[in-house]
Design a protein around this ligand. Structure first.
Ligand code: NAI
Length: 338
């Protein structure tokens, strides 16, 4: 089989590898579609501190089970599946409180273990989620990015009355936007970004108000309208955003952080405690695959609004370069296999 391998930072090759056999409790998936995420590019460029090389990248993937290992029901054979990249031990403290996404021995497919940018991938059977026939292939491959939004929103129980503010109109901001508008029916969702084309995508994805904060002052605009967001999601992830969010937030607001910056954020406690603001973080997803599959089955979310490009997997280098360089036209880029 052919696999897309980052041998070391900045060295990506398509390699011939032996077809793997599924072990005990595993299935082999014949991949048909995979999605490119910022973290694939970070591993490629050597900017992901968790990655080990060489690595088959890719943690958003969909395909058909073509072999099952010992102890796995034959019923999975031939099923269309999307794969949860989060592998957890099931018995440490975070696992015991329902947070396998921060398991003390967390393994993420495509980061710590070979992932889905390959013609075939072997994965734990319990990570392979059967996709209903009503869900199209190119929607099934988008389940993983929407699980990030399901995790973010799951932390804060959004209410219809919320006034939400999302920083960043990249794939993460847009999936969160769709979840807030379409699943939780939040009355007003404001999206702020520095790129007009991304803000146009936010409008297409349901934003009520978009603001370009490279040319306009977000604090002044909100003040003019007397708006104090009750729910803020940082999907832009610059360390300076947290203090601004704390300043703009309503008393009793919730703020969710998604960033992994190693730079410190300087914040003033008085403003946090004075307004009793709750600050949450969200990493990957905790058992959110069935949640997003249900959203798709019920037609609540529309992945088509994020997919901008498709490439054959043999053009993976061009696809990643476009993804990295052209944030104006690019949102979700899919790779096709087989
Ligand atoms: P992206 O880079 O495509 O989008 C980020 C957007 O934020 C861009 O459109 C950019 O113009 C905008 N932006 C940057 N600085 C800004 C600022 N100061 N104000 C307003 N907008 C600003 O990235 P993507 O894929 O949407 O991911 C967003 C972030 O989420 C990344 O930092 C990524 O590392 C993180 N992430 C976190 C996950 C988690 O589970 N916690 C999962 C996936 C991504």
């Amino acid at each position: 089989m052919k696999s897309i391998v980052v041998q070391q930072p900045n060295e990506l090759v398509i390699e011939e590898r032996p077809l793997p056999a599924p072990g005990v409790g595993e299935v082999r998936v014949k991949i048909s579609l995979a999605g490119i995420c910022g973290s694939d590019s970070h591993i490629y460029r050597g900017h992901n501190p968790f990655a080990k090389y060489s690595r088959v990248i890719g943690h958003e993937f969909f395909g058909i089970v073509d072999a099952v290992g010992e102890g796995v029901t034959d019923k999975l054979q031939g099923q269309r599946v999307c794969v949860d990249p989060v592998i957890s031990c099931g018995h440490c403290y975070p696992c015991s409180v329902g947070k396998p996404n921060v398991c003390t021995s967390l393994v993420v497919l495509g980061v710590h273990r070979d992932g889905g940018f390959s013609e075939y991938a072997v994965v734990p059977a319990k990570n392979a989620w059967v996709v209903a026939p009503t869900i199209a292939d190119h929607h099934a491959v988008m389940v993983e990015p929407f699980t990030i939004a399901a995790n973010v929103t799951g932390q804060v129980e959004p209410r219809k009355e919320d006034i939400a503010l999302i920083y960043g109109a990249g794939p993460m901001g847009l999936t969160t936007l769709q979840a807030l508008k379409n699943v939780y029916q939040v009355k007003q969702v404001i999206v702020v970004d520095r790129i007009d084309e991304r803000l146009a995508m936010a409008e297409k994805n349901g934003a009520d108000w978009v603001i370009n904060n490279s040319t306009l002052s977000l604090p002044s605009l909100l003040e003019e309208k007397g708006i104090k967001p009750t729910l803020i999601v940082d999907a832009a992830c610059h360390p300076s955003i947290l203090q601004e969010a704390i300043t703009l937030a309503s008393p009793a607001a919730r703020i969710v952080l998604m960033g992994f910056s190693s730079e410190p954020s300087t914040v003033v406690q008085q403003a946090i405690t004075g307004k009793e603001i709750s600050i949450y973080t969200s990493r990957l997803n905790a058992n959110k695959f069935p949640v997003v599959l249900e959203w798709l089955e019920n037609g609540l979310i529309d992945p088509d609004k994020l997919i901008t490009h498709r490439f054959n997997y043999t053009q993976v280098s061009e696809a990643i370069e476009l993804f990295e360089k052209d944030q104006k036209s690019c949102c979700k880029v899919l790779l096709t296999f087989n």
